[in-house]
Design a protein around this ligand. Structure first.
Ligand SMILES: N[C@@H](CCC(=O)N[C@@H](CS)C(=O)NCC(=O)O)C(=O)O
Length: 206
């Protein structure tokens, strides 16, 4: 498989899942700052111009965090990255949607790609402040979900933990404080060999 990613981006979560599953894959770096995502060659693979993209062994491309994570978990079910029951699976989708759609898509996106939310530089400070507010509220919601448990859903690591981890990672590298249960979850994720390996490969010191 070919994995299109950028170190330190949301693709870190999918990178962790690929390593948790011990899969063999090629890494293709997408330099977002250089605009690789808009190059015709990349748009031919992923017309949305987003990362992550996973090109499977049959040559078809799968895009977006949730769909790639879901496909990985369903394709290698023995690794147990998804609960078996409908309630557990729905909770996994609930956490992933919140982490990727709200905390990342509405919160951190305003902080990292402010100009996409307003072309007017005079508004950028307000856009960033709103992004920070959304991210902080999002972590407060997850803090309550994590109360009294080690993982986002049930009693074992799932694809939801990978989604939550990458936004927690971003928080620790910005000035957004993580509430106690999120901080404990983040620290727990850092003890996983696959997580440590991915961060090291992506150029971070654990
Ligand atoms: N809906 C996509 C969005 C992911 C996303 O926003 N990725 C960012 C990087 S973390 C991206 O592709 N940015 C491209 C750009 O800003 O041009 C998903 O769920 O994977």
């Amino acid at each position: 498989m070919k994995f299109y990613m950028t170190p330190g981006s949301c693709t870190t979560g999918i990178h962790i899942l690929l390593e948790e599953l011990e899969l063999v894959f090629e890494v293709h770096l997408v330099n977002l700052l250089a605009g690789d995502q808009d190059a015709p060659a990349y748009r031919a693979i992923n017309p949305k111009g987003t990362i992550p993209t996973l090109v499977r062994d049959d040559g078809t491309a799968l895009t977006d965090f949730l769909s790639i994570a879901w496909w990985l978990a369903r394709t290698w079910p023995r690794r147990g990255l998804l609960p078996e029951d409908a309630e557990g699976q729905a909770r996994v989708l609930e956490v992933m949607s919140h982490a990727v759609g709200t905390v990342h898509g509405q919160g951190f996106a305003r902080i990292f790609t402010t100009e996409k939310f307003s072309p007017n530089p005079a508004e950028h400070a307000a856009v960033k402040a709103r992004g920070r507010e959304i991210a902080e509220r999002g972590f407060a919601v997850m803090d309550a979900v994590l109360d009294g448990r080690d993982f986002a859903v049930g009693d074992r690591f799932s694809i939801a933990d990978a989604a939550l981890f990458y936004v927690e990672f971003w928080a620790t590298r910005s000035d957004i404080p993580l509430p106690p249960n999120c901080l404990a979850h983040y620290a727990r994720m850092l003890t996983r060999p696959a997580v440590r390996q991915v961060l090291a490969e992506e150029g971070y010191r654990v």
